[in-house]
Ligand binder design. Structure first.
Ligand code: ATP
Length: 297
């Protein structure tokens, strides 16, 4: 039996890894159909206690492959201190998600002298797997497996005990909702199962991220489908999750990120302003323009 169980165990873990990376890809900003265009030459494993969790971008330029060489990032310089929560803001198409895709290493900077580092380590020196294990993504629209809701949450870290699933669901404030489903945690969700609302899906994503217990959180704030109370509540959850972790939130609604440690304002592929909400208000520049535009729409 032991001899038989070894290959089965191996196949199971390979399946699990393939599925995990597919899910990560799929979830990370709708990139399922796009293969990463880079090689996994890095040798180092990410070790936050030795390397730190600051994130640094230096002179990062980027154009999408086949994107008619249109320049999306035009020399981004950015330092995010480990453990802080920052918001990326800017008009639609200015490159916010692109920065997160580069951090998750779907792509590398187009210019040779553009570097991205986490702690003291360049991303390109890290094994991609190791990097991605240390990053949890809370996407706008979470992809659910056609499986039980419990499994969908457990998926954040299948090696952790079942009690952690319930704990994560409670922290993400979805436990009570799950208990009201016909089969509780065994209720099958997804396209052909019980359909979850936008807010519930977002909470599943948060619960998964809690399970993953990653040092870095990348979050794409939902643009629609949530009423403003749910939205505020979910953003508070995300900020709670981001405590003592390096967290980057792409913010579409500026009202939800005013208390972030820092707000980074992008325009035409570069950082044009950064500071706290109050500091940016005083500067009366691009951030203020964005606020005015949002308030008048
Ligand atoms: P939004 O707030 O609307 O989500 P964003 O600031 O996150 O926008 P990005 O998704 O980073 O914007 O996109 C920046 C630009 O790059 C956009 O003009 C977009 O059309 C373009 N772009 C995104 N993905 C690709 C791709 N795979 N190939 C070519 N162009 C792309």
């Amino acid at each position: 039996l032991f001899q038989l169980s070894q290959p089965l165990f191996f196949i199971g873990s390979v399946f699990r890894e393939v599925r995990q990376s597919l899910l990560d890809m799929e979830q990370t900003f709708g990139l399922l159909d796009r293969k990463p265009s880079l090689s996994d030459d890095g040798k180092s494993l990410y070790d936050p206690s030795a390397m730190g969790t600051d994130i640094t971008l230096e002179n990062v330029k980027f154009s999408y492959p086949g994107g008619a060489a249109r320049s999306i990032l035009n020399g981004v310089n950015l330092e995010i201190k480990g453990g802080k929560t920052v918001a990326l803001v800017g008009s639609s198409g200015c490159g916010k998600s692109t920065i997160l895709r580069l951090l998750y290493r779907f792509y590398d900077p187009t210019n040779d002298d553009g570097t991205i580092s986490v702690g003291s380590q360049r991303l390109s020196d890290l094994k991609i797997d190791s990097l991605r294990r240390s990053i949890a993504v809370v996407p706008q629209d979470t992809v659910l497996f056609h499986e039980s809701i419990g499994y969908n949450i457990h998926y954040g870290n299948l090696d952790s005990p079942w009690e952690d699933v319930i704990d994560a669901a409670k922290k993400a404030k979805i436990h009570d909702t799950i208990m009201s489903f016909p089969d509780g945690y065994d209720t099958v969700v997804g396209e052909r199962g019980l359909k979850l609302s936008g807010g519930e899906k977002q909470r599943v994503a948060i619960a998964r991220a809690i399970m993953k217990d990653a040092d870095i959180i990348l979050c794409d704030e939902p643009t629609s489908s949530l009423d403003s109370m749910t939205e505020t509540d979910i953003m508070n959850n995300i900020k709670q999750l981001g405590k003592n972790r390096t967290t980057i939130i792409i913010a579409h609604r500026l009202s939800t990120i005013q208390d972030c440690d820092e707000i980074i304002c992008l325009h035409e592929g570069t950082v044009v302003e950064r500071g706290t909400h109050e500091e940016l208000l005083r500067q009366n520049g691009r951030y203020n323009d964005l606020l005015k535009m949002q308030n008048s729409s």
